[in-house]
Ligand binder design. Sequence first.
Ligand SMILES: [Zn+2]
Length: 61
Amino acid sequence: MGQWMPFVEPDVWWTVQESLNAPARITNRTGSTARKHIGSGLFLCGICEKPVKAHSQRYRC
Ligand SMILES: [Zn+2]
């Protein structure tokens, strides 16, 4: 547990984790629900402000 005020209550956090880990969410070829490239399509480029996508270990617009 962190030593700071939680953003969400623990029961909400665990409910979300269970949803994220649900096998029904698997849409990739690896068969995994592990979070990767969480900012892809969400983070915006600091220069052109377009959404970035994951490329290898980095994000690119
Ligand atoms: Zn850009």
